[in-house]
Design a protein around this ligand. Structure first.
Ligand SMILES: N[C@@H](CCC(=O)N[C@@H](CS)C(=O)NCC(=O)O)C(=O)O
Length: 232
């Protein structure tokens, strides 16, 4: 029953955003070096940055910054001067920026071939709907829960609008576990490689290079992360 509610509220978050982040948009040049995103799952502004990454089929190294998180929040303060999320680092251009609307515009300008969709543009429409999406999942992926830090980042195959991927990302976020986000939304040219690697087209798919574990199924991923990294 709890699981059904979990999936239903995550689906509501997807619906609140009109499904933005299900399918890739028009792609531009590809970055050579991996982008870095400091964010937390429950933050409506961070959602916009993650949606832009999905639409543009961009992978990123994600550093979760839940409230109370001891590690990556401090890095953002040290780099940018304040605790504000999302924060994007692009090692290809040396650019580092706050402000979700600026991040979306930057990503579309450098790695897209068109404008962001209306729901991801500047203004009330995106702010209200991203807020509603966060309200559908109150507190999930918002606060830090003590966890052991992994030696190497984990890897997650995902796309922003998937209700199941959201559940996995929330767990990674609360435990402040960094991960390489592989975006494989519908239409992604990376899907074939993913299927060759994993055996089927299903997300979320988690790989933990620290233990050799690899698995599908959001509920199994949450259980694995809790067992492996959460601390009492
Ligand atoms: N206008 C900014 C607003 C960003 C913002 O207010 N983010 C909140 C999280 S939703 C934040 O950084 N709060 C400080 C904190 O979490 O410590 C944007 O669009 O990026």
């Amino acid at each position: 029953m709890f699981r059904a509610l979990d999936v239903a509220t995550s689906l509501l978050a997807t619906l609140a955003r009109g499904g933005v982040g299900i399918r890739v948009g028009r792609l531009g040049p590809r970055p050579q070096k991996l982008l870095e995103l400091y964010e937390f799952e429950a933050c409506p502004y961070c959602r916009k940055a993650r949606e832009a990454l999905t639409l543009l089929d961009l992978d990123a190294l994600v550093f979760p910054c839940p409230k109370g998180g001891p590690r990556y929040r401090e890095q953002v303060k040290a780099r940018g001067g304040k605790y504000q999320f999302p924060y994007l680092v692009d090692p290809n251009t040396g650019k580092e920026l706050y402000e979700s609307d600026d991040i979306v515009a930057y990503l579309f300008e450098h790695y897209g071939a068109g404008k962001p969709p209306a729901l991801l543009g500047r203004g009330m429409l995106s702010d209200v709907s991203t807020g509603l999406a966060s309200a559908a999942r109150p507190g999930f992926g918002a606060r830090y829960r003590p966890a052991r830090a992994p030696a190497q980042p984990l890897e997650l195959y995902s796309f922003e609008a998937s209700p199941f991927c959201r559940i996995a990302r929330e767990a990674l976020c609360s435990l402040e576990l960094p991960y390489r986000l592989h975006n494989v939304a519908k239409g992604s040219p990376k899907r074939d490689d993913f299927v060759r690697r994993s055996g089927k087209m299903q997300v979320p798919y988690l790989i933990d290079p620290n233990t050799g574990a690899a698995m599908f199924e959001s509920a199994a991923i949450v259980r694995y992360l809790e067992k492996t990294y959460a601390q009492p």
